[in-house]
Unconditional design. Structure first.
Length: 448
């Protein structure tokens, strides 16, 4: 399995196993050499030597296996939580952290299946991700810890090992005699979620309560931290976008629409899920720099003068400085800074071109132009959907990145893009199913 950084995760017990092999070789040689001397110099019989060798071999093997079993156990108890903490530290959101936790722990413990479930206020489990089995097949959502014999132990932070048949509503499991380890995921002495691990009885790691509880603490703290960070991030996003809407009511809802479309195009281009999410978030904040633009320019009902354009074109830089100063939003800063750059280098504020422009900004330029061209403004009526599409195609390779245009057109043909005030727009949003947080004079770019 690969880590979040792209590296292949190595088995932390590998070094211990290598040492074990060398110890075995050394000990077995040490047992064998005296027997050779006994045979040649002391005239021991083959039978006597065989009995002695067998006894020595059994004792040595038992000692080696017992010692190294304990060493491997200690190694897992120290290494697994550390590796898990590093991997979860690279997770970008709660869902990704849940997936990482479930897959890593299941593979480490040789579990046939695993499922991670949040706990609600009534201690009902709410499944959020699984490994090896579907959530529907397991029916974990029906488990209420208050109604089980093991519920009190779980709420006290103790891992529990039991048979699958003893878990309510798990009759769907193919083998009712497998072990199920129920691991509490704790944060600040509070159980916030539960990890179920289903494995054969031969899995010794499910009996290691200390290992499971240590893993539970690491996962619980990581998930709680991400949950709090997510809430903080959403609050900051809401405040900033509301502030912008109060300054520029004519473009209200624009940020949310372009964020949704940017995410669709990013997915079509095959970008990784974390990158898609970053692009969506940056798109929602792209015009935040307009907070610093004078009202006389921002709310002007007619075309801007040359001097007013100089003022308006300050907003990408202002937005960059604002967003880069907020730790939770720094990943969005470069897209905010570059969202008015052009593929041919004739954009602003830095005149970047081609691949010098970050991929998120190249995607955003297309969807922002589409939404601007199909939206009403105080100084003009909205253009039609087809006119906007034709304009984007016409400017592919000059204003717009051709690859981003190609992906945008594929999404448009799939019926997921339409002018926001048309009936088709509601159908497109319903078909997409994506819900995003909220967060110009028009020329060939459709942007300000």
């Amino acid at each position: 399995m690969r880590s979040q950084r792209g590296d292949i995760l190595t088995d932390p017990t590998r070094e211990v196993l290598v040492v074990k092999r060398w110890v075995q070789v050394g000990v077995y040689l040490a047992i064998s050499l005296p027997l050779i001397l006994y045979y040649y110099f002391l005239a021991f019989s083959i039978l006597q030597l065989s009995v002695g060798y067998s006894v020595g071999l059994v004792i040595a093997t038992a000692a080696i296996e017992g010692t190294f079993w304990y060493m491997i156990k200690l190694r897992k108890q120290s290494a697994y939580p550390n590796i898990l903490a590093l991997e979860l530290g690279a997770a970008h959101d709660l869902q990704e952290a849940c997936d990482i936790s479930t897959h890593l722990v299941a593979e480490w413990t040789d579990a046939r299946a695993a499922i991670l479930a949040w706990l609600d206020e009534e201690k009902h489990t709410i499944p959020v991700c699984s490994y090896g089995l579907s959530l529907e097949f397991l029916g974990v959502g029906a488990v209420t810890l208050d109604g089980t014999a093991f519920g009190a132990d779980i709420m006290d932070g103790r891992a529990v090992l039991l048979e699958a048949k003893d878990v309510p509503h798990w009759a769907g499991l193919s083998n009712q005699h497998r072990w199920v380890a129920v691991v509490p995921l704790t944060a600040l002495d509070r159980v916030i979620a539960v990890l179920f691990l289903i494995a054969d009885r031969s899995s010794s790691d499910l009996r290691d309560r200390k290992l499971l509880e240590s893993i539970g603490v690491v996962i619980g703290l990581a998930l709680e931290n991400l949950r709090l960070t997510s809430r903080e991030y959403q609050s900051i996003m809401q405040v900033l976008c509301n502030a912008l809407d109060m300054r520029d009511s004519a473009t209200q809802g624009h940020s949310q629409r372009v964020a949704r479309m940017a995410g669709l195009v990013a997915e079509e281009m095959g970008l990784a899920k974390p990158e898609v999410k970053r692009i969506e978030q940056a798109a929602a904040l792209h015009d935040i720099g307009k907070i610093g633009i004078a009202d006389a320019v921002l709310t002007k009902a007619g075309p801007l003068t040359d001097e007013e354009w100089v003022e308006m074109r300050r907003h990408p830089r202002l937005g960059y400085e604002l967003v880069a100063g907020i730790e939770a939003l720094q990943h969005a800063a470069e897209i905010v800074h570059s969202h008015h750059e052009r593929h041919d280098g004739n954009g602003y504020p830095r005149g970047f071109q081609g691949e010098d422009i970050t991929i998120g900004a190249r995607i955003f330029s297309v969807v922002d132009s589409y939404d601007a061209m199909t939206s009403h403004r105080p100084y003009r009526r909205a253009g039609s959907h087809q006119d906007a599409i034709d304009e984007i195609v016409r400017n592919s390779g000059t204003q717009f990145d051709p690859e981003a245009v190609h992906a945008f057109l594929k999404v448009e043909r799939a019926g997921l893009i339409a002018p926001h005030d048309s009936p088709d727009a509601r159908d497109a949003v319903a078909a997409d199913g994506r819900v995003l947080p909220i967060g110009e004079s028009w020329d060939a770019s459709g942007t300000s």
